[in-house]
Design a binder for this molecule. Structure first.
Ligand SMILES: Cc1cc2nc3c(=O)[nH]c(=O)nc-3n(C[C@H](O)[C@H](O)[C@H](O)COP(=O)(O)OP(=O)(O)OC[C@H]3O[C@@H](n4cnc5c(N)ncnc54)[C@H](O)[C@@H]3O)c2cc1C
Length: 375
């Protein structure tokens, strides 16, 4: 067991720190949040400077952690442009990888993933968007809700029903994944406003009104879409855990900075005891979150994913983010409520929801443990 990071990974952390120092100013972060403005300029620079090195997933993980630590809205906007790309990597054919995945990894295009619908996101197998075969193409009808990069992505991976469910118990069958060009006739996009957090990220509703998609845009095999999406979530949840780790660490940074600058000092120069306790509690949370996140990542990056540990990392990191931002905010009283921690707190709550809510993660853990035994 080796807890030492490689020089490459340390280099990625240093590059992410420099990038955030240069571009994630408080003024930009505050404006992106209050005006719900996607930071296109910063995202473009990050792509040019290749801030995300997709050839090394550890570097991607620590870059997410470090950028989100500085600001969650900006950090996630910069690191979400390849959202869904692993579906091509594992299930796409060579032509699809060449056309849709490589330009995303090269920073030339952006991707989005459409799974959730207005009727709910947890019960993926109940989606109602339909794809019907018509000659050499499929015709898509339906809609997706809360889709990240909604107005930004060039292409979307979309889950749709291609054949009726054989029975209510087997409704996860008959679903397929398609890559859909955002400029397709009949494809509508409505930006969503007023999100609780990550307001810098772009979130939209997608509408498919007789959208014609060539047959060759089906990714993988017909009817295996549910399995592909679940496989993807077992990857993306680790990156969400890194987001949670970044937010919790960001809260710790702010509390320590505040304690040095503003806290009441006793005659001996000691910090108030409640602040000392809070710093220790949050720092321990950050360390525990890092350990479980890196453990889940370690399984995945060796191609032996452990979905139990992945779900544990995802929900624990989201809870740590909420716990740490809330605790730090309380300790900093009025300053906490009016500083950027207020934004961090709203952003943290989103992690509890996307890529599987905390309740869903807990259900996965227990069901898999009962089926398979320990973690
Ligand atoms: C900012 C943002 C960006 C997003 N981006 C994307 C995206 O790019 N692509 C995409 O496809 N989706 C995206 N989502 C959707 C996200 O994945 C869903 O919000 C999430 O899966 C939960 O679905 P829901 O909000 O419909 O809640 P529901 O599924 O309706 O759940 C509501 C509540 O019921 C609980 N619940 C549900 N089922 C159970 C159960 N069986 N047992 C116990 N409790 C249960 C949930 O935990 C939750 O508390 C995004 C969401 C947000 C907020």
């Amino acid at each position: 067991m080796d807890f030492e990071l490689s020089d490459d990974v340390k280099g990625a952390i240093a590059r992410a720190k420099d990038f955030a120092d240069k571009y994630f100013t408080e003024e930009i972060a505050e404006r992106a949040d209050s005006e719900e403005q996607f930071p296109s300029d910063i995202v473009a620079i990050s792509k040019k400077e290749k801030i995300l090195d997709f050839s090394n997933p550890w570097q991607v993980l620590v870059t997410i952690e470090e950028l989100v630590r500085r600001d969650p809205g900006l950090g996630i906007s910069v690191t979400i442009s390849a959202f869904g790309a692993e579906i091509f990597m594992f299930f796409g054919n060579d032509a699809q990888k060449e056309k849709y995945m490589n330009p995303v990894f090269a920073g030339k295009k952006s991707l989005g993933l459409g799974v959730t619908e207005a009727s709910g996101g947890s019960d993926v197998a109940s989606i109602t968007t339909e794809a019907k075969l018509d000659g050499d193409s499929y015709i898509l009808n339906g809609g997706k809700m809360f889709i990240s990069n909604g107005q930004i992505a060039d292409n979307f991976l979309v889950l749709a029903r291609t054949s009726p469910a054989p029975s209510p118990e087997k409704k996860h069958r008959g679903l397929s994944v398609f890559v859909v060009d955002a400029k397709s006739p009949g494809f509508g996009i409505n930006k969503l406003h007023g999100k609780l957090g990550v307001r810098a990220t772009n979130t939209a509703e997608l509408i498919f009104d007789n959208v014609r998609v060539p047959k060759e845009n089906m990714v993988g095999e017909e009817g295996k879409g549910f399995y592909y999406i679940m496989t993807f979530f077992n990857i993306s949840r680790i990156y969400v855990a890194a987001q949670g780790l970044g937010i919790a660490h960001g809260a710790l940074d702010r509390l320590i900075e505040y304690s040095k600058k503003y806290a009441d000092h006793s005659e001996t120069g000691e910090l108030k005891e409640d602040m000392q306790l809070a710093i220790a509690e949050i720092a321990t949370r950050v360390e525990a979150t890092r350990n479980i996140t890196y453990k889940a990542a370690s399984y995945l990056f060796k191609f032996t994913p452990n979905p139990i540990v992945t779900s544990m990392a995802k929900f624990y990191a989201a809870e740590s983010a909420v716990f740490s931002t809330q605790k730090a905010m309380e300790l900093m009283s009025l300053h906490g409520l009016t500083s950027d921690l207020e934004r961090f707190f709203r952003d943290a709550k989103i992690l509890d929801i996307w890529e599987g809510t905390t309740e869903v993660e807990k259900l996965i853990i227990t069901r898999m443990m009962l089926k398979e035994g320990g973690a």
